[in-house]
Design a protein around this ligand. Structure first.
Ligand code: CTP
Ligand code: MG
Length: 228
């Protein structure tokens, strides 16, 4: 079962406060984006990688791809203002219209096993997303006073890669664009045009590196993999 993957990497990484795009931060001597790309480079189901970058960083990224022997890249496209715009630009470069995955450049610990489960479920249901059960109690608040304690058993924290039939996710993005709607993930765009989205139980280690603390977790996860 084959797929293409769109990897948005055109953000600024403001919350990481690293002074550079966080995708370029090194973890055990390799830039974050290279860790992410290698997962797909090594997955035989992946037939093409579309990377979305900030045009000002194109040369830097191209040099990394050749230095770390990432050979499956089929397009390097320019990002947009919001992540959703970047993803849409990437989707327009998809060639082999069956299944497409959308995966954050800043989420390096996804496993091939997990990817395959998502591809199979997306093939069957149209859309499949990885998510983990929420561990903390979640409260809804206004002006820092609690309004409501939300029933936890129905809550999931959603990750990427999110997997879709190409035609479905393209239609969802086009509709969102038309309506001027910005969602916080790609599945939400599919939901709003009536698409069913299957949840695949994910892995708590599939973190997105967002704030400086996440670098500590990332080093710990990388070390644990060498041991096991
Ligand atoms: N992204 C993108 N284009 C944008 C914004 C984000 O391609 N206009 C990418 C990021 O590079 C990242 C992924 O989308 O890999 C998830 O976004 P996020 O974690 O929010 O990264 P940043 O937007 O870079 O970080 P911040 O929000 O802290 O500035
Ligand atoms: Mg962001």
């Amino acid at each position: 079962m084959m797929y293409e993957v769109v990897i948005p990497a055109a953000g600024q990484g403001k919350r990481m406060k690293a002074g550079v795009n966080k995708q370029l931060i090194e973890l055990q001597n390799e830039p974050l984006i290279v860790h992410t790309l290698k997962v797909f480079e090594n997955d035989e189901w992946c037939r093409g990688i579309i990377v979305v970058i900030n045009e000002a960083e194109r040369t830097q990224f191209e040099q990394l791809f050749s230095r770390f022997h990432i050979k499956k890249i089929t397009a390097i496209v320019s990002g947009g203002k919001e992540r959703q715009h970047s993803v849409y630009n990437g989707l327009k470069a998809v060639k082999n219209g069956d299944i497409v995955l959308i995966h954050d450049g800043a989420r390096p610990f996804v496993t091939i096993e997990h990817i395959h489960e998502l591809v199979k479920e997306a093939k069957e249901h149209g859309a499949a997303i990885p998510a983990v059960r929420v561990k903390d109690t979640i409260k809804k608040a206004r002006d820092q006073f609690v309004e409501e304690t939300v029933e936890r058993s129905s809550l999931w924290a959603v990750q990427t890669p999110q997997a879709f039939h190409v035609s479905l996710v393209l239609r969802a993005h086009e509709q969102a664009q038309k309506d001027g709607y910005i969602g916080t993930d790609d599945a939400s765009l599919v939901e709003r045009i009536g698409g069913k989205v299957k949840i695949v139980e994910g892995d708590y280690r599939n973190i997105k590196l967002t704030t400086p603390d996440d670098l500590l977790f990332a080093e710990a996860i990388l070390s644990s993999w060498v041991i096991s």
